[in-house]
Design a protein around this ligand. Structure first.
Ligand code: EPZ
Length: 414
């Protein structure tokens, strides 16, 4: 259980160092299972999701240790994970499936749980692995995947991030060529591919929707620094744009944030890119229309933080969530703060312009927690954010401390 007390805050100003991306680090950690040699992942963020992944790698037989700001992993003899609770805790656990199957020829684990934002099946993962020659058996909530993998042509019905990652990792040790069409091309996937290439993989089309992998006999260790977190940077940008701030997002990769930057710029925010990162000043003023899409479209992970901002913009803002089936639960909590949001299926209509008032609100998922925290900065009075499942620290490295350093009145109570 975590709890945060947030007060109306003046405009944010100063600098925030953007941490390494959770959604790049998690698949890269899983990829270390593909070799028996030592891998070093530098600039590790301290998040509960990365701690869970460390525990999962250990459960699979890897030796995992921290060394300054890096994680050192050596996966000698690996095996299927046995800790069911761990597998159900984090959706990204499914990412050990491809590496273990490729390395061992088999992987048995329990079907990962869904979560608040949706059912989140893994049918595309399993269908792709079957195309590579794997046999999939399910019994009593357990999945057993076996087989010596053979390169194949795979078409993803949907550009699933996790399925693309699992299939690329499995293909690196498959015999022959694998082509993945309609692959997701989020920056985190390109980062995973670069790590795999550093380990000796042969991958073409990195950063595109069509990936070609030529299987190799074995992979070797690698040292790697993953990309900065575009969602953390975007969340801080929304907080600054909500309070007419002047902020430098140090180390931010603006080339990974174009969709959000264009939305905020259309609304009145001024951006300046320089060698230190991304500067923004001024405030968003005009309402927005947002459709979440696979990359390079507007990222679904930014939908909740941006919605918090649009409650303060005069006029009607419209959100269409096309990626997850239930990702508007933060609207209920924002309405408790006086927002005027109406949800109609995958559409949310935000009638902005009315000041928010502080209230006791509850985080339902990671990005909802962030949205409520930044909403509290502009609300009149005090907001108490209950985070019973500690969602915020799953995916943000000390967000409240970074906001405090920018002048925000926020503190962790529990
Ligand atoms: C990744 O989740 C991210 N997580 C999510 O970030 C992100 O929201 C999502 O990609 C979309 O960008 C990590 O990288 C650890 P998907 P993932 O497979 O891989 C459906 C955050 O807040 N689908 O692209 O689970 C699925 O149900 C998290 O940091 C199938 O139907 O996303 C969902 O509706 C939240 N069958 C949609 O596709 C499948 O086999 C997107 O899923 C796989 C997915």
């Amino acid at each position: 259980m975590a709890e945060y007390r947030i007060f109306h805050s003046p405009r944010l100003s100063g600098e925030a160092l953007i941490s390494t991306a959770k959604n790049a680090v998690l698949p890269i950690m899983a990829a270390t299972l593909l070799t028996g040699e030592e891998c070093v992942i530098r600039r590790m963020p301290s998040l509960s999701d990365t701690l869970h992944m460390q525990a999962l790698l250990s459960d699979c037989g890897a030796q995992v240790r921290s060394q300054e700001d890096a994680l050192v992993v050596r996966s000698g003899a690996v095996k299927s994970p046995g800790d069911e609770e761990l597998l159900r805790t984090m959706r990204a656990s499914v990412l050990v499936l491809g590496p273990l199957l490729a390395r061992n020829g088999e992987c048995t684990f329990s079907m990962p749980g869904g979560c608040a934002i949706g059912q989140r099946p893994i049918d595309l993962h399993l269908k792709g692995l079957q195309k590579l020659g794997a046999k999939v058996e399910t019994e009593g909530g357990m999945i057993r995947v076996t087989g010596r993998l053979q390169g194949a042509n795979i078409y993803l019905d949907f550009p699933s991030v996790g399925a693309t990652e699992n299939l690329v990792m499995a293909a690196t040790l498959s015999r022959g060529f694998t082509r993945i069409e309609n692959a997701a091309k989020e920056p985190e996937i390109a980062d995973l591919c670069r790590f795999l290439v550093a380990m000796g993989a042969r991958i073409a089309g990195i950063g595109t929707n069509n990936l070609t992998v030529e299987g190799v006999e074995e992979m070797h260790g690698a040292h790697y620094t993953p990309i900065p977190d575009r969602i953390e940077a975007g969340t801080l940008a929304c907080a600054a744009a909500m309070t007419e701030g002047s902020v430098l997002l140090q180390n931010a990769r603006s080339d990974h944030m174009r969709a959000l930057m264009f939305k905020l710029a259309e609304s009145g925010v001024i951006f300046q890119e320089d060698e230190k990162g991304l500067r923004l000043r001024g405030r968003a003023r005009r309402p927005m229309e947002v459709r979440t899409l696979s990359y390079p479209g507007f990222p679904t992970d930014m939908q909740a933080p941006l919605m918090a901002l649009t409650t303060q913009l005069g006029g009607l803002s419209i959100f269409l969530e096309t990626i997850f089936e239930n990702r508007f639960m933060h609207a209920v909590e924002l309405n408790r703060m006086g927002a005027q949001i109406r949800v109609e299926g995958q559409l949310a209509l935000v009638q902005g312009g009315k000041s928010l008032t502080g209230a006791a609100v509850t985080a339902t998922d990671l990005r909802a927690a962030a949205a409520l925290m930044i909403a509290g900065l502009s609300a009149q009075g005090e907001t108490l954010l209950h985070d019973p499942a500690c969602h915020l620290m799953r995916g943000y490295e000390h967000l409240e401390e970074k906001l405090q350093a920018l002048g925000a009145q926020v503190r962790q109570e529990a």
